[in-house]
Design a protein around this ligand. Structure first.
Ligand code: SAM
Ligand code: SF4
Length: 471
């Protein structure tokens, strides 16, 4: 039934532009009763159909939107609780043979400083990240023959093997070019977390216009990139759209159809969805004035709708967004954020402002990891560096959190508290330490007797010097 697309580009894919436009135009002006029924379906933990998603996207007044936001907040609280997983991006190299018009790394940009980390420099970067308390990374590469699957695998291996003090990186997610099945197999060998590929825009004509040359100009090769990852045995994949290139409602529908496609073909949808908005980048005029700029208000709407549409998928919010907006959007159902991020190649171990200015794009939230953790604690979140499921072979943990009654209580909360305690003991500033220990106490009080004993025992072991305590 599925055509395996090798090199041929085609618009005939599971993204049907006409169908999406029909979904959106045939569900205009929904009444509140209809919206409430759809919200109830989400709260009953069911995924929404495209027409239902289109109906929510067409909500027309403030009152309806408030109900949508409220449902997203409730779903997040009920299912996932107050944990927020933290990670950092690590840029390995920015050479690129593509010409994506919105990206500072594109081949025609003469203003960006080209750089690829040497293995020595990579170790320094990892040590700098580990010494701040990071445990989870996403590694990022431009698309270039020198970033072969073997090279990507080697860099990941180096990251895992670079221990520093009490710390180490325990999960490496990847954001790199789409590979062949053989290429993915080489990368899978070294043990990766999620393989992310963002389609950027699901609107074919816009895609073709913004990706004029290079391998990325092939829409279908990219769209089926994560199918090939799945075929290679990587069952943990992340999709995303770069918001601002085309109509945001269309892109949300694209993400939903992509999810449905993976579910239908492989029985499992994406592990995560990312929804970056375009940020300014040096030498990149289109990034200063994106053609379909998404307002903060619409950004919140799209996050809430994604939460409700695919209630069992992780949502990633990046430091491209400013701190204030991040605070609000967290409540709507985000499960992971990056913190203390730096996106120059080599910029964790070196602080030259030129390297940072000339990076891929400019970050909206430049708080340190400790500042972000402090603030999360103040708002009674549990910052988590948990990597337990992935390392115990429990893939699809987000789905399990959602689908298996008691899973969060049994695994996620204790593991989050353990990794928080490690952070507090090894890396926290004084004020974060105090706040964190208070949150630990409060969270322990919420547990039943059996869980309380398990958690107290683990925390005690960490206080005595054990590390990597996990269930
Ligand atoms: N080169 C690989 C690729 O394009 O898939 C992976 C790395 S690329 C740097 C990672 C992501 O950065 C892209 O998928 C795109 O969504 C995002 N990006 C590019 N330019 C951006 C900008 N100006 N603002 C925000 N995100 C941007
Ligand atoms: Fe290269 Fe990726 Fe940037 Fe495109 S988005 S220019 S492929 S680094």
């Amino acid at each position: 039934m599925y055509v395996f697309i090798k090199e041929k580009d085609t618009q005939k894919t599971f993204i049907d532009e006409k169908k999406i436009k029909e979904n959106l135009s045939s569900n205009l002006n929904p009444d509140s009763e209809k919206i409430r029924n759809i919200l109830q379906k989400s709260l009953d933990k069911q995924r929404l159909d495209p027409d239902e998603v289109a109906t929510l996207l067409n909500a027309k007044d403030e009152k309806q939107w408030e109900e949508i936001f409220e449902a997203a907040r409730t779903l997040k609280e009920k299912v996932y609780g107050n944990r927020i997983v933290l990670f950092a991006p690590l840029y390995i190299g920015n050479d690129c043979i593509n010409d994506c018009e919105y990206c500072g790394f594109r081949i025609s940009n003469k203003e960006v400083v080209r750089k690829t980390l040497s293995f020595e420099k990579l170790k320094e970067e990892v040590k700098a990240l580990v010494s701040k308390g990071h445990k989870r990374l996403i590694v990022v590469y431009g698309e270039h023959p020198k970033y072969s699957p073997e090279f990507i695998a080697k860099t990941i291996e180096i990251i895992y093997n670079t221990k520093h003090g009490n710390g180490e990186i325990r999960r490496v997610n990847v954001n790199a070019a789409p590979q062949t099945v053989e290429g993915y197999k080489i990368i899978k060998e070294v043990g990766i977390g999620t393989y992310q590929i963002f389609q950027e825009t699901y609107h074919y004509p816009t895609y073709k216009k913004l990706h004029p040359r290079g391998p990325k100009s092939n829409f279908a090769w990219r769209l089926y990139g994560l199918d090939r990852a799945m075929l290679a045995g990587i069952d943990d994949v992340g999709i995303g759209a770069l918001f601002g290139l085309y109509d945001w409602k269309f892109e949300v529908m694209g993400l939903i159809y992509h999810t449905l496609h993976l579910e239908e073909r492989f029985g499992v949808g994406p592990h995560t969805i990312s929804f970056p908005r375009i940020e300014p980048a040096v030498g990149t005029p289109i990034a200063e004035r994106p053609p379909y700029q998404v307002s903060d208000k619409d950004f919140k709407k799209l996050v809430a709708i994604l939460r409700l549409a695919v209630p069992y998928t992780g949502l990633i919010l990046t430091a491209r967004e400013p701190a204030d907006l991040r605070r609000e959007v967290l409540k709507l159902g985000v499960s992971q954020i990056d913190a203390g991020s730096s996106i120059g190649v080599g910029s964790y171990s070196e602080t030259d402002p030129e390297v940072i200015r000339k990076s891929q794009f400019i970050l909206g939230d430049t708080r340190t990891l400790d500042e972000v953790i402090y603030e999360l604690l103040k708002e009674e979140y549990i910052p988590s560096f948990c990597t337990a499921c992935y390392r115990a072979g429990r893939t699809g943990e987000h789905f399990m959190e959602f689908a298996i009654p008691g899973f969060v209580k049994r695994f996620c909360t204790p593991n989050a508290l353990f990794t928080l305690n490690e952070y507090l003991n090894d890396y926290a500033s004084e004020k974060t330490y105090k706040e964190g220990k208070k949150v630990l106490e409060k969270e322990i009080e919420k547990l039943d007797e059996k869980q309380k004993n398990i958690v107290l025992d683990g925390l005690e072991r960490i206080n005595k010097g054990d590390r990597d305590v996990r269930l």
